[in-house]
Design a protein around this ligand. Sequence first.
Ligand SMILES: NC(=O)c1ccc[n+]([C@@H]2O[C@H](COP(=O)([O-])OP(=O)(O)OC[C@H]3O[C@@H](n4cnc5c(N)ncnc54)[C@H](OP(=O)(O)O)[C@@H]3O)[C@@H](O)[C@H]2O)c1
Length: 296
Amino acid sequence: MDKFKAYQLTETPDKKIRAEFVERSLDELDPGEVVVRVANSDINYKDALAATGKGRILRRASCIGGIDFSGTVGSSADPRFAKDDLGVAHDGGYAEYARVPAEWLTKLPKGMSLWEAMAFGTAGFTAGIGIVRMEQNGLKPQSGPVIVDGATGGVGSIAIAALAKLGYHVVALTGKESESDWLKKLGAKEVKLRSSIDFSKTRPLEKPTWAGAVDNLGGEVLAWMASTMKVNGVIASIGLAASPSLNTTVLPFILRGVSLLGINSTECGRRCSRRCAVRFRSASCRRRSMTSSRGR
Ligand SMILES: NC(=O)c1ccc[n+]([C@@H]2O[C@H](COP(=O)([O-])OP(=O)(O)OC[C@H]3O[C@@H](n4cnc5c(N)ncnc54)[C@H](OP(=O)(O)O)[C@@H]3O)[C@@H](O)[C@H]2O)c1
């Protein structure tokens, strides 16, 4: 096969990252059972960390970037991914072709286009998993309000749109007052500013307020969420954009039966993908029109 274009990240001797387009052939790609002709990719939080070198997460000297991709199967040694089946998955998506182990791939859910899959990307997939897990643990629209932090981010904004469409009373917690109107258009009933809360004064049990919480930040915001949950409230712990620490007490978990659900999009994978697709699609039209109106 001819050479094709790929976007490669390389660590330089002075520990910086060089990101550039290069020519590659299939033989040069990492091994895997399935070759995918890539249709779309996206820019994931981790892609930005890898390409700027800020997160120091590149785990080898050189690698084709791209955490997510969608595409059509070019060739497959695994019967689950016969030619012309569609896939949505993991690594090396910034290239015209990707070759990956079959277990890294998820079949494209019915009714979702390759473009839509990457518009949602890992952020949307993870928001969907978070909602599915919270609902599996008893969350219903009538349980009470659901708070979402990191609201203007990829995970947060899709979680807001999907939860609102599913009938939840969504409260967006953000650091950006200027985005309040956009968050309301996405479906948030209320917008709360982080600056309006003194997190340093959080007590082990505060007024029970939230039936559900989607946390993208960790640290003191997650600790505050835990202490403000209602009885049997559920928290989806997704991200650590602010901090990997959690300084709290066991009181919300024991006295109020609060559940802290760890969400890992790579581990949950195929098991959740069909239910997540339903959650994504419920939000898709709304987010797309919002997205284009913001010029993102
Ligand atoms: N568990 C998983 O499988 C999984 C999958 C995908 C992503 N993640 C993680 O989830 C988190 C969110 O991902 P994303 O794609 O939504 O990221 P993103 O698009 O960059 O959004 C992050 C949002 O968090 C807020 N924020 C950022 N830095 C902050 C800080 N230092 N202190 C307080 N707030 C801050 C901002 O929103 P506001 O100003 O509106 O608050 C920002 O828009 C990341 O930590 C990511 O690594 C986990």
